[in-house]
Design a protein around this ligand. Structure first.
Ligand SMILES: Nc1ncnc2c1ncn2[C@@H]1O[C@H](COP(=O)(O)OP(=O)(O)OP(=O)(O)O)[C@@H](O)[C@H]1O
Length: 643
């Protein structure tokens, strides 16, 4: 790597760090106090050995009779003063270190909390496309581990750097004053130590980056494996998953080991260098004391300061890898926080456009959209949904049905045309504006970890008001009764308080969907989006869901996506979508009379249903004579919507 590139990278690392400091808005007075306390404590640790050196000289004079003092006439007063001063200095120094540590820890934790708050403010504004295209593990590690690691640079920056620079400069100056020869011996070793440390830091940095990447990939892999474990079992893909995990684990192991090894070599090498320096110091210093060129107290100060100088050089050397690691994490946090966000007019403007009460009129007007600029998914889609009606969208797989619901919910913005609610463009309402009036039941039922009751009450806003709380409880009870969730709840171990995981481990797919329907009912929406809301349900649960949704029909304008034409046939209006274009639109009767693609699909479905009934009847005839009449009936029951 060229020098220019290296210095560019270092500069960008420093820039990233200064960006981070600006983001976490570290209180400058607070950090000044931290640095001042650290410096005060260091001054104490530097002054105390000098005072103790003086005490040693008093003892030596008192016992050997050096100077004007008679042998055996110890200057006890001076000795006690020196010992008391040294003790006081050490105590003050300890208090300073303690307060500085507490203040620094609090500052770091405040910074971490601040950054987390920034991330949580950001997530709702991040485009859905971004979260869909980014591995969750990587996002999670940016929002957690990298934030923690990035903020650990505060300690080295505001404490280690000033304290160790001060120690290095002060000890060097005092050493030169006491004995230039001994100081020169100590200083010769310093550049060697610093050079070794810089080499180690350069090696560790590469491994640190790989380590962070592998950690993110590994947590992503865990997350995926846990989310899709049923699928993994169904496809007997344990070996494949284990293979991917092992590869990532090996990368993480190798990078962590190499990073630790690189960092771990530093301490023994520096200790070895220091030992050699001490040996030389002991011999040369000893000779100087014997020759009377140096007092014993001064020699004692030299030894203590040599150790302190070595310690501060070591600390300054390890400062670099710590800052590098922090800069890598700060870069990741920066990447996350600088994710382009969408504006939400309702949030930004601070108030919603006023819309009339009751179910609204919804108009799709020449809507065009593509996830990628050069791959359009919807072309000039136009249809209207009068207030309080149900519009079913039917069409082949990939024709753009779910995309229409995503646009209506403002997850994406149409490339052309508009979607209007009571004449107001949805992009003006924004997601926050829509949230208060729209509920959606998706194909994949989604529950968060919490009780069944909390999941149903998800759309209800909390308020401290007692009347409001009572009304909320009433709405919750009504939703549970209307959605027939009560039937599930009655067999759950803790009833409504039974805790379910986000994938609803202890509920069947149909029951999960029933809970999400109850959630929609509790929210009393004015717009209801049902995307294959009954796809995972068995016929009995499907019937319960349909009955529950019927209760909402008069008070909502409903967009219903379904593959089942029997369900679509019950809607007030049917829109047939093919390859992102509306090819037919009308009531079931109108479309059947028109004899277009909808009528042809109905005919095909009818044939398929008739064949299914025939084969079930044949199967029932072959049934064991031990079967009860109900079991036989169960075998032949099917939905034949056309009668
Ligand atoms: N997040 C996405 N990013 C890129 N392309 C997408 C995305 N979601 C859907 N598509 C593509 O857009 C097209 C329409 O998808 P959409 O899910 O709207 O179809 P659909 O009619 O609902 O299909 P299905 O009946 O299978 O649910 C498809 O070609 C699909 O591959």
């Amino acid at each position: 790597m060229s020098e220019a590139t290296t210095s560019q990278k270092d500069a960008s690392g420093l820039k990233t760090l200064s960006w981070l400091l600006a983001q976490i808005q570290v209180s400058r007075p607070r950090m000044a106090v931290v640095s001042a306390l650290a410096i005060a404590s260091t001054i104490g640790t530097l002054a105390a050995p000098i005072v103790l050196g003086g005490a040693t000289n008093v003892i030596v004079s008192g016992t050997t009779g050096l100077g004007d003092i008679e042998p055996g006439a110890m200057d006890w007063d001076l000795l006690w003063i020196l010992i008391t001063v040294a003790t006081a200095v050490y105590l003050i120094s300890y208090v300073c270190t303690l307060s500085q540590g507490l203040l620094l820890t609090t500052t770091v934790q405040i910074s971490i909390a601040r950054l987390r708050a920034r991330v949580s403010e950001l997530i709702p504004r991040v485009p859905i496309g971004f979260t869909e295209s980014t591995q969750r593990g990587a996002l999670m590690s940016k929002a957690t581990t990298h934030i923690d690691n990035a903020t650990t640079v505060l300690g080295p920056l505001f404490v280690s750097l000033p304290v160790n620079l001060l120690t290095a400069v002060f000890t060097t100056a005092v050493l030169f004053w006491i004995s230039p020869l001994l100081a020169a011996i100590i200083l010769v070793s310093a550049p060697v130590s610093a050079g070794v440390a810089m080499l180690v830091a350069a090696r560790a940095k590469r491994h640190l980056q790989t380590q962070w990447k592998a950690t993110a990939a590994l947590s992503g892999s865990f997350e995926e494996e846990l989310t899709a474990r049923q699928m993994v079992k169904a496809y007997d893909a344990d070996d494949l998953v284990r293979g991917r995990f092992t590869a990532l684990n090996d990368t993480l192991f190798t990078s962590m080991r190499s990073a630790q090894w690189a960092a771990g070599t530093l301490a023994p090498v520096l200790t070895c260098l220091n030992a050699i320096v001490f040996l030389v110091l002991a011999v040369v210093g000893g000779v100087q004391v014997i020759n009377g060129q140096l007092s014993l107290g001064a020699a004692q100060v030299v030894v203590v300061f040599a150790a302190q100088l070595a310690g501060s050089v070591k600390e300054l050397a390890s400062f670099l890898p710590r800052i590098q690691s922090g800069a890598v994490s700060a870069g990741q946090v920066r990447e996350l926080l600088l994710t382009p966000t969408e504006t939400d007019p309702a949030v930004d403007a601070g108030q919603l456009p006023a819309l009339p009460d009751g179910p609204p009129q919804i108009d799709f007007d020449a809507v065009g959209f593509g996830y990628q600029p050069d791959t359009p998914v919807l072309h000039e889609v136009s249809f209207s949904m009068p207030p309080g009606t149900t519009t079913a969208i039917v069409g082949t797989t990939g024709s753009g049905k779910t995309t229409l619901t995503s646009l209506l919910q403002c997850f994406y913005t149409p490339d052309s045309g508009s979607i209007r609610i009571d004449g107001t463009d949805v992009t003006e309402l924004g997601r926050a504006g829509l949230r208060s009036m729209l509920a959606a039941v998706a194909q994949e039922p989604w529950l968060f970890t919490g009780s069944v009751g909390d999941n149903v009450a998800y759309g209800l806003r909390e308020s401290g008001d007692d009347d409001d709380r009572a009304a909320r409880e009433l709405r919750l009870a009504e939703a549970i009764v209307d959605s027939h969730v009560g039937q599930i709840v009655s067999v759950l171990p803790d009833g409504l308080d039974t805790v379910v995981g986000h994938d609803g481990d202890n509920l069947s797919a149909g029951e999960l969907q029933l809970v999400t329907v109850a959630r929609a009912i509790a929210a009393r929406p004015r717009i209801l989006v049902l995307d294959e809301a009954t796809s995972s349900a068995d016929p009995r649960t499907e019937l319960l869901i349909q009955r529950a949704l019927l209760k909402l029909r008069s008070t909502t304008t409903t967009l219903l996506i379904t593959h089942r034409l029997a369900t679509a046939a019950l809607a007030d209006r049917i829109v047939v979508l093919e390859a992102g274009r509306v090819v037919e639109c009308g009531t079931h009767h109108e479309l059947m009379v028109a004899g277009g693609s909808y009528a042809q699909r109905c005919e095909r479905d009818k044939q398929a249903d008739v064949s299914a009934v025939v084969s079930r009847l044949r199967g029932a005839r072959r049934a064991s004579y031990d079967d009860t009449p109900t079991q036989v009936l169960g075998r032949i029951t099917t939905t034949v919507p056309w009668e």
